[in-house]
Design a binder for this molecule. Sequence first.
Ligand code: HEC
Ligand code: HEC
Length: 164
Amino acid sequence: MDIPVRPVVAGLLVIGLTAAVLTKARAGGDDYFPPVKDKPTVDECGSCHMAFPPAMLPAASWRRMMVELDDHFGDNASLDPQTAAHVTRYLVDNAADAGGRRYGRKLMKGVAAGASPQRITELPKWVREHDEVSRSEWQHKDVGSKANCPACHVDANDGYFEDD
Ligand code: HEC
Ligand code: HEC
């Protein structure tokens, strides 16, 4: 396998991922999640990390997250009430169990109705999709966090999380 030769293989940045993982990634399904187009949401939710597609979490998750922004994974991501209301509406309207159902349905497998998980990276289906990524790959200096999707999915900001 010519793994380290090309910087990008099948839409995944090669960071020394194992041959097995890359082979599987190439054969992957069609995982498209409409990217955030709403300007205030891109501005406010895309500054510390990528603006995660709303179809990756259910509406209850976004509602809960948006009222707990003063302690957002240890950061203060608070917004003025007007902006918060706007962003909440956008996220909820396009959530995995609302307008984004068509795209988010698969990722919701194993998530109980009404549950409000706060991490995409802890959804059972997400964990399963990534079970071949090793600890050293997660800890690679160019990755650093599971939430750093674009480190591996080079087209993540356009909504593409696989090869074609
Ligand atoms: C001040 C910086 C900051 C801002 C602004 C911010 N976040 Fe975050 N967010 C974080 C940090 C830090 C984490 C934890 C990242 C990690 O685990 O690597 C996080 C994690 C997340 C996660 C979970 C990622 C996972 O592991 O699946 C979601 C979802 C999320 N943020 C959504 C939002 C939304 C929606 C907004 C806008 C309302 C927002 N964030 C704004 C800092 C921020
Ligand atoms: C360390 C690199 C890495 C990071 C970081 C990463 N992924 Fe992945 N992801 C992969 C690999 C490799 C696969 C292919 C796994 C397979 O097919 O077995 C994958 C598969 C997926 C799939 C399934 C694609 C398909 O074709 O079925 C989705 C959806 C996905 N990732 C979303 C995300 C999201 C969202 C994030 C950030 C919250 C993320 N990934 C972060 C490496 C990564």
